[in-house]
Each structure stands twice: as C-alpha cells, then as structure tokens.
Design a protein around this ligand. Structure first.
Ligand code: ADP
Ligand code: MG
Length: 223
C-alpha cells in the first residue's frame, strides 16, 4: 500500500488564539517502510499521526491510500477502513484492565465480527515473547510486556501499516529498546509499514527513513 500525504494542515481555534499544529506536511509511505518522526513536545507529532491514520480530519490537504482519498469517506466508512487497514500503538498501552492479554488482543476483531486467526495470533505472541503470558491480566505484566500485548493487538487484524505514538515513552530505556527491536523485527517479518513517533534519538535511529518536526513543519532528514 502506498500512502501519500499532500500538504496536510491542521489549525485549532480562531483569531488571536489560532494555533497551526501542522503546516502543509507532505510524505509518502511505501510498503514495508520504517519511518521515525522526532521533535519536541508540542511540535505537532501526534496531530500528524492522527491525520495520517484517519483518526482526525485536516483543515486542508489530502491523504491518499493507494490513490484513494480517504477523507472523502464518511465517518462510518473511515472507521471501517481504519479497523481493517491500520494498527495503532499508544504510549499508555490502552489495555482494558479486566481482560486478559489474549482477550485484549482479540477484542478489536470480535467487535468487528471477525474470527481471530488463532494460529497467526499465537505465533505473533510467541515472536513477541508473550506466548506464556496470554492468560494474565495487564496488572500482572510488566510495562514492556503490556506494550508487547498492545503490539499484538495492533497487528491482530493484519493491517498494512502501524502507527505508534511514543511507544517507548512509558518504559525504561532497556525495555523501551527491547520493545522497539521487537516492533521493528515483527514489522519487517510481516512486511508492514511502520511509522514511529518518538523523542528518543536511539529509537529514531533504528528507522531507515527519519523525519523531524518543529513548530508544525515536517522535514525528512534521512542520511
Ligand atoms: P506533540 O505530539 O508533538 O507533542 P501535538 O500534535 O499534540 O504535539 O500538538 C501540537 C500543537 O497543537 C500544540 O501547540 C497543541 O497545544 C495544539 N493542539 C493539539 N491538539 C489540540 C486541540 N484538540 N485543541 C487545541 N490545540 C491543540
Ligand atoms: Mg504527542
């Protein structure tokens, strides 16, 4: 899948209090691309990620997935598209505390009335090193294990692209490094495109293509 963001802008507020969170950001994301985006707090990274993934709509600009303008879809069509084609990983893991790891991983599929591919999910859990933890509740897992459950959940519907917003931000540097290596390894093995927002230079340097954000302006800095 080829993703083309064309001059995406996002403004919040009106008049004196108007903020330009994102200023004409353009990028192309190809199949299997591994991309990092670095920048200080408030520079517009999350805004960009929400727009690239169709979680929000821009003030102006276009976003094409294989040539199809996804902002021309209705909200309902857009959320169905997101459920099937896009995986998300968040800083806060966002696991449901009353569900086991396995239930957290399969829940989005069940909500979408899909049968989980059990063999695929068990293999994925094994690759992520949580195969023996699937009956545990989130509070019985370490932060790094919880994030690995969240990675399995993001991959459960076999999306073509994964967006991760500071996935190692709540982890110490050792487990953050492990989670990032696993995410990168599993993404490469399954041929997924991966876009990772981070303010950790070591994490950013694991990516093949690197971007920086400053005051809403996105720039590619790939060596
Ligand atoms: P980052 O993820 O890089 O920390 P964000 O994308 O969250 O940055 O925010 C970029 C800018 O947009 C900030 O100035 C922030 O205060 C502003 N912003 C983000 N979301 C909103 C919102 N819903 N309403 C108003 N301003 C917002
Ligand atoms: Mg953010």
């Amino acid at each position: 899948m080829l993703i083309q963001a064309m001059e995406l802008s996002k403004h919040y507020g009106e008049g004196e209090s108007r903020v330009t969170a994102l200023d004409r950001a353009s990028m192309r994301i190809g199949p299997g691309d591994l991309i990092s985006i670095m920048g200080p707090s408030g520079s517009g990274k999350s805004t960009l990620l929400h727009l690239l993934s169709g979680l929000d709509r821009p003030s102006s600009g276009r976003l094409l997935y294989d040539g199809r303008d996804i902002y021309s879809l209705s909200d309902r069509e857009l959320s169905a598209f997101r459920r099937r084609s896009i995986g998300f990983i968040f800083q806060q893991f966002n696991l449901l505390p009353v569900l086991t790891a396995w239930e957290n991983i399969t829940m989005p599929l069940l909500l979408d009335k899909k049968q989980p591919d059990t063999a695929y999910l068990q293999e994925l859990a094994r690759l992520l090193g949580i195969g023996e933890r699937l009956t545990h509740l989130p509070h019985q897992l370490s932060g790094g294990q919880q994030q690995r459950v969240a990675i399995a959940r993001a991959l459960a519907a076999k999306p073509e692209v994964i967006f991760a917003d500071e996935p190692t931000g709540n982890l110490d540097s050792k487990s953050g490094g492990e989670v990032m290596e696993l995410l990168k390894g599993v993404g490469a093995q399954l041929g997924k495109a991966l876009v990772v927002i981070t303010h950790d230079r070591a994490v950013a340097e694991l990516a093949r293509r690197r971007f920086v954000m400053a005051d809403g302006v996105l720039t590619e800095v790939t060596a």
